[in-house]
Design a protein around this ligand. Structure first.
Ligand code: TRH
Length: 396
């Protein structure tokens, strides 16, 4: 089977982060030949430094990475076409996808089919992740093309068996467990010093709309020592202002009160996982880091990607509602209050939140265990597409 994944980088790294992870997993675990079309190869290079941002076509980790330019070169579409996050496929590619249904039979039809590639093709719109209830009802639904004889299917990631699930590589959790039991090795792989036992380590990945100064102030006033690891990126400007510096760069550190703030490089995607596994608490954002923080089985604070008319607040609450099941009332209140304030620029009471850290930690581990019972997204997607291909109806 051959698959084409199309990814348009809107902003940030989430779209390509998800597509890159999916592409690698399809190759490594399902033996699928994947072409990943991305309009901004530089963004991919940021999360995978082995990628050459100037190449039109290259092979990286078994994935054929191709710059998406329009019009796309004339080529035979793959058996499965993934349109990531409604990115809209190139017109000439869609035209080439149209099935070659002929009324002739036998040899004539099969020759025609061969000439234009396989007739049966699956077209998937891979959607953004949401914990909202309606996702279950929409996952897998068909959407007929307005004028071409083709059907696109919506595939929704999610947190329940009625959805497409979450990306999770084979062996990921075992690898996490091994390294979380050997923290010296984990910090060594990150090329960072092993924290002292009384220190709370926190990774911070957020948009610059977050109340970063409030957070750093709250940490400086923490009752216990905190080491914050801040990867190079959008938050650096605000952190520099807070520190009273003209700028902050990789390698810089600032000590204020009980907080030691350290600026670290933006890590390759696999190394970022290690950082999440290593830290006691992770501040994450968007979609992909948010999911990876859940696999890290450590307490997390999520900054959701802001949407118009505060639609994101509904998505945030839908997640909190699911995540908080089984957590004691006081910890729920502290977790929700902290999330709401972090996402709306409110006042942050770190000590109130972190007093529940032991409970939050065991809850994070239980949550990850519960999610691990679900089939992973790549496997669900492969089964879904195989089903569609074997369906009797040519147009599915
Ligand atoms: O970058 P994001 O804010 O992406 C967002 C969201 O996906 C959002 O839903 C989407 O609409 C918008 O993009 C366009 O956050 P996200 O999803 O966590 O993606 C970040 C990626 O960067 C993720 O794959 C992890 C990776 N990363 C590294 O590889 N190294 C690092 O050091 C860090 C901090 C992140």
């Amino acid at each position: 089977m051959r698959w084409d994944i199309f990814c348009r980088v809107i902003d940030n790294y989430g779209d390509i982060g998800v597509c890159w992870r999916l592409a690698r997993q399809l190759v490594a675990e399902h033996g699928i030949a994947v072409r990943l079309w991305v309009d901004n190869v530089t963004s991919l290079q940021r999360i995978c430094p082995d990628v050459d941002a100037f190449q039109e076509v290259q092979n990286c980790r078994g994935v054929e990475v191709r710059r998406w330019t329009e019009p796309l070169p004339e080529l035979a579409p793959a058996d499965v076409v993934i349109e990531a996050f409604g990115c809209e496929l190139p017109e000439n590619y869609v035209a080439a996808m149209v099935p070659t249904v002929s009324h002739s039979t036998g040899q004539a039809q099969s020759r025609l089919s061969l000439a234009r590639g396989k007739v049966k093709r699956v077209w998937i719109n891979l959607e953004y992740l949401s914990a909202e209830q309606w996702v279950e009802g929409c996952h897998g639904l068909p959407s007929p093309h307005p004028y071409l004889p083709m059907i696109k299917h919506f595939f929704f990631p999610g947190f329940t068996p009625m959805t497409g699930g979450l990306l999770r590589e084979k062996g990921l959790l075992m690898q996490r467990d091994v390294l979380q039991h050997n923290l010296a090795e984990l910090w060594c792989q990150l090329d960072l010093p092993l924290p002292i036992s009384s220190e709370t380590t926190i990774s911070l990945f957020c948009y610059d709309s977050a109340p970063i100064s409030n957070l750093l102030d709250a940490w400086a006033a923490s009752t216990t020592a905190i080491r914050c690891l801040l990867p190079e990126g959008k938050a650096l400007g605000q952190a520099a202002n807070w520190a009273g510096r003209t700028g902050l760069a990789v390698g810089d550190s600032v000590q204020r009160g009980n907080l030691l703030l350290q600026i670290i490089p933006f890590l390759p995607q696999e190394h970022y996982d290690l950082l999440l596994w290593a830290c006691d608490c992770n501040f994450v954002r968007g979609e992909d880091s948010f999911v990876r923080a859940q696999w890290a089985a450590r307490p997390l604070i999520w900054q959701i990607y802001p949407q118009q008319e505060n639609v994101h607040q509904i998505k945030l609450d839908a997640f909190l509602y699911r995540y908080c099941q089984g957590l004691a009332e006081e910890a729920v209140a502290a977790l929700c209050t902290f999330h709401h304030n972090w996402n709306s620029g409110g006042c942050l009471d770190w000590n109130d939140f972190w007093q529940h850290h032991a409970e939050l930690q065991s809850h994070a581990a239980a949550w990850a265990g519960q999610l691990a019972q679900l089939t992973d997204l790549a496997s669900n997607l492969v089964s879904f597409c195989k089903n569609k291909v074997s369906s009797k109806n040519l147009n599915f």
